[in-house]
Design a protein around this ligand. Structure first.
Ligand code: SF4
Length: 419
């Protein structure tokens, strides 16, 4: 009897593994899914490597801002409408923390975690807060919101050097159909410990440009901020005629800097500074960021004379650990360029850059992973990431697939109702 139940258990486990591998291969090869479906499922992964971050979301569904950069992938419009949570039974903060702990980009390179990338953290706060409590104290953790934060939520920031709240304030705009109450966000900005806060003002367009200076008057001086124009590329309905001149944005940034704000788009620096951790982009930063570096207490860490001795073998070893044979090398200032003979992604460059403290550029490279293009990565990259522990593709895929199926069923239901 015992042998029989052991056999059944083994068959069950083997069956599970086979099922997982079938799903994995099906997804990688598009077998059973159209290309669009495959890309949509990838986009719905609860953990992704995007730009310089590991991004985590547990929920989709926000207030539907027309200018949201998530709208660059068409799956997000129906995803936001469906307002899904991943299944809390099998996708808990502990489960996500366990997956992160097994990821090389997390445990070796300490790539910052960004929570609320596709949907505002405000809608998934409890999950994000619990996840933060499970993150080692030397990993930067950034929560993104455009909503006022009450005192219950605010308390999690007290005395936490690796935690940042990035608040976006969009001044009222008819063009963008935004009627937020900036004063409520200003009150939040005044209640969060300044060391844990970064304020992004934007998107700025022709008709809300005039509200920026009055808004700056109300914010605490000395804050780290950025002022961003509207992004239109790839966002349905957004048009370059909405945009203001680049010169207007530069003028506002200068005005903010001269008024005592630290104006930079390196928002993660707020944490790096407290963790005494260098930023590999510091040396090649543009002038308007350099002037923030000049006042930054981490300056000696970021600008210590570059040590190139032994760096090449260190980077080659790190490359091998993620399945990349790095070929020819060329130094360009503080950056280092390598050629490779297989597809790579911004996620690979981030891993290598954080490991080496030099910006690493791979050529040919960047099949995706910049500005939300995670879904367009080459399947060879996902396969390599799975094999080398960069991203647990086969564990993440079934969660995203379930959500995709629920969304597809909801869309079909709506289509049937309106038929
Ligand atoms: S010195 Fe510059 S790059 Fe380094 S942490 Fe400070 S602001 Fe960032």
């Amino acid at each position: 009897m015992a042998a029989g139940s052991g056999g059944r258990k083994r068959r069950r486990i083997t069956g599970c593994i086979q099922k997982e591998m079938t799903i994995f291969n099906k997804c990688l090869n598009s077998e059973g899914y159209s290309t669009w479906e495959r890309l949509a499922i990838h986009e719905l992964f609860p953990i992704k490597l995007v730009g310089g971050f590991i991004v985590v979301d547990y929920h989709a569904g926000c207030i539907g801002c027309s200018f949201c950069i998530s709208r660059r992938h068409p799956v997000w419009a129906p995803a936001f409408r469906s307002r899904f949570h991943y299944d809390p039974e099998d996708l808990s903060p502990e489960y996500i923390a366990g997956l992160l702990a097994g990821m090389k980009s997390f445990h070796t390179a300490r790539v910052p975690v960004r929570f609320g990338h596709n949907t505002d953290a405000w809608f998934q706060w409890e999950f994000g807060e619990k996840l933060y409590r499970l993150i080692p104290p030397d990993v930067p953790y950034i929560m993104l919101t455009r909503f006022p934060v009450d005192d219950d939520k605010r308390r999690m920031f007290d005395g936490q050097p690796n935690l940042l709240l990035k608040i976006t304030i969009t001044p009222s705009s008819r063009i963008l159909n935004v009627r937020t109450d900036p004063d409520a966000l200003v009150r939040t900005a005044n209640r969060i410990p300044p060391e844990n806060l970064f304020v992004l003002i934007g998107p700025i367009v022709r008709d809300n440009l005039r509200f920026v200076e009055p808004l700056l008057e109300k914010l605490p001086k000395g804050l780290w901020i950025d002022i961003k124009p509207l992004t239109v590329e790839g966002i349905p309905g957004m048009d370059s005629s909405f945009q203001c001149d680049a010169a207007d944005i530069s003028r506002l940034k200068n005005h903010a800097f001269e008024s005592g704000f630290r104006v930079t788009d390196y928002f993660g620096c707020k944490i790096r500074r407290r963790l005494n951790r260098p930023f590999y982009k510091a040396v090649d930063a543009p002038d308007y960021i350099r002037r923030v570096c000049e006042q930054c207490s981490n300056r000696s860490v970021c600008f210590s004379p570059p040590d190139f001795s032994g760096i090449e073998s260190k980077i080659r070893t790190a490359g091998k650990s993620i399945g990349l044979e790095l070929k020819t090398m060329a130094r360009e200032g503080h950056s280092i360029r390598f050629t490779v003979d297989r597809p790579t992604s911004r996620g690979d460059e981030t891993f290598l850059s954080e490991t080496a403290n030099h910006e690493i550029i791979l050529t040919p490279g960047r099949s995706g992973g910049e500005g939300g293009g995670f879904c367009s990565e080459d399947p060879d990259i996902y396969r390599r990431w799975e094999q080398t522990g960069m991203l647990p593709f086969s564990q993440l895929f079934p969660h995203a697939e379930r959500i995709y199926r629920k969304m597809a069923a909801g869309m079909k239901g709506r289509a049937d109702e309106t038929a």
